[in-house]
Design a protein around this ligand. Structure first.
Ligand SMILES: Nc1ncnc2c1ncn2[C@@H]1O[C@H](COP(=O)(O)OP(=O)(O)OP(=O)(O)O)[C@@H](O)[C@H]1O
Ligand SMILES: [Mg+2]
Length: 291
């Protein structure tokens, strides 16, 4: 198998698969990652049900972003296996994982500042015929596809409410607008699992409800969602299931109300000096990334 293509023969993942609750799109088992002596991620088992919206919560430093980084190939795991649909993606590089259909956004949105908003979204498209030599020779098919992708990119820019800024340089967008752009670009990649790291952070409060509704629409488009969020109101409104991490481990999982009432969860948040599950931060990291 070439390393830059997805294995269509779909080799089964190694390792144990514990109790399955129906039709998981993602199953992660014994995933570990430490930095020096710090155990950032130590997840025994996680399943994400196909067609669901799952929220990943946990106090600051719980390991949520590191877990995302490991699962999506942006950080190396010390050990563990994870299977997406029938692909064993354990230890695979980021581009391979994205092409398999597992696409993520970043806590600090990453944009190409000197490209337009529209072009930034357009670049999210994967597996385009124009990228492949043989198809590129078939100019007409390539041109048709280019037009289709341009139209799709425009639709998605409108979908996230950035229509009026479509032709502007992405570099002028606020942190919250960059998050919207990143969401559109991630959907442009036609994922089947979308992993959003704090998609609401820094988004103008007036837009948050609309964004939440957009995210809630995704399963209807065949996109399962796993998202990191701190605000329990948002989690309760959008998530079918909530998973809580603390000190690298999954300490609770269940419906939003079950998890909010879980004593280990309350303890973890109290230990993190927050009196309730609500995070009061209003902005994304100040270091919004540029590509
Ligand atoms: N590259 C790194 N080198 C060293 N330590 C790291 C690195 N990345 C993360 N950590 C540490 O790993 C732990 C988990 O961090 P992580 O960013 O995954 O947490 P988080 O749950 O996403 O937190 P937040 O809610 O603040 O985004 C933290 O203690 C963090 O300082
Ligand atoms: Mg994080």
């Amino acid at each position: 198998m070439s390393t830059d293509t997805i294995d269509e023969s779909r080799s089964p993942a190694p390792g144990p698969v514990r109790s399955s609750s129906g039709d998981p799109i993602l199953v992660a088992t014994d995933v570990h990652r430490s930095f020096g002596g710090l155990r950032a991620v130590s997840v025994d088992h996680l399943e994400v049900e196909r067609g669901s919206i799952v929220a990943l919560i946990g106090p600051n430093g719980a390991g949520k972003t590191t877990f995302f980084n490991v699962l999506t190939g942006f950080e190396k795991a010390d050990g563990g296996t994870w299977r997406f649909e029938d692909h064993d993606l354990s230890g695979k590089p980021a581009y391979y994982i994205a092409r398999a259909g597992m696409v993520r956004t970043f806590q600090s949105a990453r944009v190409f500042p000197r490209l337009s908003v529209l072009d930034n979204v357009r670049l999210g498209a994967q597996n385009q015929a124009g990228e492949r030599f043989t198809k590129a020779l078939m100019k007409w098919s390539w041109r048709d596809q280019e037009a289709e992708l341009a139209e799709r990119a425009r639709e998605l820019v409108e979908w996230v409410g950035l229509g009026p800024k479509a032709e502007d340089f992405a570099g002028i967008l606020s942190g919250g607008q960059r998050k919207l752009l990143e969401l559109a670009r991630a959907v442009m990649a036609a994922p089947r699992l979308l992993m959003l790291d704090e998609p609401m952070a820094g988004v103008n409060p007036a837009l948050r409800q609309a964004l939440l509704e957009k995210i809630s629409e995704l399963p209807g488009e065949g996109i399962t969602v796993l998202f990191v969020e701190h605000d329990m109101d948002v989690v309760s409104a959008a998530a079918d299931r909530v998973v809580c991490m603390a000190e690298g481990q999954i300490i609770a999982s269940g419906t939003p109300s079950e998890v909010a009432a879980n004593e280990h969860v309350i303890e973890a948040y109290l230990g993190a000096s927050s009196g309730d599950l609500r995070d009061t931060r209003t902005g994304a990291d100040s270091s919004d990334g540029e590509l």
